[in-house]
Design a protein around this ligand. Structure first.
Ligand SMILES: *Cc1c(COP(=O)(O)O)cnc(C)c1O
Length: 426
């Protein structure tokens, strides 16, 4: 038995499914998960010391590549001074000021320990600030695992959602309206029917949890105008896209300004962190200023904050996102060219350091389009690339991530492996 298989068997005895987050388990592609022993730059090594080019990057955070020396140094220096205090620090002000300076829609910000906490808190805040209960979310967007967000569309337009997880009572999602991503008309109809009861709209402004799906022109603009017209709070969940697709997230690219923004992943540089922020008048509703309760023992953890500040500083270097975007396009354009040369229906898209690959002719516009892709092709491609030492997400419903350490040699090695694998698909 391979060492990875041995570890997986052992893990499965003590940890449900052998993993601490479900998609790591390879359930949708089959096979044995790789247990990571160490990582550096664009690579990681598994328990058998096999090296992989990594296109997950911890599902987004590793934008500087793994174990960036300056980030590691910041973590080590912070750790020496204590791991957690439960009292405020100057570094927390520094990261708050950095986030406010970089993302103009954020006037005040509060830190959490994960993206899930950030979105959960932002929704509670929107409800508390408006005194309303209903929320709108979109099919295929993921906002962490809070109860009211684990929901899919009910049957028929304007029905309330059904839980997508056991353990979520239907009553808990009774206030959640689910609409197709990119369905601006659906949003207008929901506001026409329920406008005075809608506390907020939460959206991944560029969806990254059903593979990469970009907003069509006018979609985000409609969210903005409907929220403004009806006094609802617009929340951009930029946990994945924040500092990943560009220096100001999707809001910087589209020019559509949310009331609240949630962040995590990149802003912690690999350490556990999350944040939600936005308009001061809304943020002032949080305890201890206001009546909306929100807290966290490890929120603003000094080691995580040190990693975050160093990461954000490095991302602020001139030309960073131009270079990152160019490397990512080299990858996606190379993959498309390679697939076409072997007659495999395939398309790809990217924004900054985030990309989507689709086993279909057309780039998708929503969850149904993504689901229509050739899943058998995806599985064969995934395992073929894995054999060749290239690690893509083990699911057709995930985006991919490139770091600034993915240089030309790494991209070329990836495309060479892909040429080999696409050949077997046709
Ligand atoms: C990852 C993610 C979350 C959840 O963040 P965690 O840190 O995993 O809790 C929420 N929203 C989006 C858009 C994400 O990609």
């Amino acid at each position: 038995m391979s060492r990875n298989a041995e570890l997986f068997e052992r893990a499965s005895r003590s940890i449900p499914g052998g993993v601490n987050s479900p998609v790591r388990a390879f359930r949708s592609v089959g096979g044995t998960p790789r247990f990571v022993a160490r990582a550096k730059g664009p690579h990681f090594w598994d328990a058998e010391d096999k090296r992989y080019i990594d296109y997950i990057g911890s599902w987004g955070p590793a934008i500087l590549g793994h174990a960036h020396p300056e980030v590691v140094k910041a973590v080590q220096e912070a750790a020496v001074h204590g791991l957690s205090y439960g009292a405020p620090t100057e570094a927390e002000i520094e990261i708050a000021e950095l986030l406010i300076e970089r993302i103009p829609s954020i006037e005040q910000v509060r830190l959490t320990s994960s993206g899930t906490e950030a979105t959960m808190s932002a929704i509670r805040l929107a409800r508390g600030a408006t005194g309303r209960n209903k929320i709108i979310k979109f099919e295929g967007c993921y906002h962490g695992h809070a109860d009211s967000l684990l929901v899919k569309a009910g049957s028929g337009l304007l029905t309330f959602g059904n839980p997508t997880s056991a353990g979520v009572p239907p009553e808990f999602v009774a206030h959640t309206i689910v609409i197709d991503f990119n369905d601006a008309q659906g949003v207008q109809e929901a506001f026409a029917a329920h406008g005075k009861d809608i506390a907020c709209v939460i959206v991944e402004p560029m969806a990254g949890n059903m593979n990469l799906v970009k907003p069509v022109p006018g979609f985000l603009e409609t969210l903005r105008s409907e929220c403004t017209a009806h006094g609802a709070v617009l929340i951009f969940d930029e946990v994945m896209t924040g500092f990943r697709v560009g220096p100001q997230g999707v809001q910087g690219i589209t020019g559509v300004t949310p009331d609240l923004t949630t962040l995590a992943k990149v802003i912690g540089g690999g350490m556990p962190i999350g944040a939600f922020g936005g308009r001061t008048d809304i943020m002032q509703n949080i305890a201890p200023m206001g009546a909306v309760y929100q807290a966290g023992t490890l929120s603003g953890n000094p080691v995580a904050v040190a990693a975050g500040i160093t990461t954000l500083r490095l991302l602020g270097e001139p030309g960073f996102y131009d270079r990152l975007g160019a490397q990512t396009r080299k990858l996606t354009e190379g993959l498309v060219q390679c697939a076409r040369s072997h007659g495999v229906p395939f398309s790809a898209d990217s924004e900054g350091g985030m990309f989507g690959m689709y086993f279909s002719e057309q780039v998708p516009k929503g969850l149904n389009d993504v689901s229509a892709g050739n899943i058998e092709h995806f599985k064969t491609f995934f395992h073929g690339m894995l054999d060749q030492g290239v690690y893509f997400a083990p699911s057709a419903y995930e985006a991919g991530f490139v770091s600034c350490m993915h240089d030309d040699a790494v991209i070329e090695a990836t495309l060479k492996a892909a040429d080999h694998v696409f050949k077997t698909l046709n």
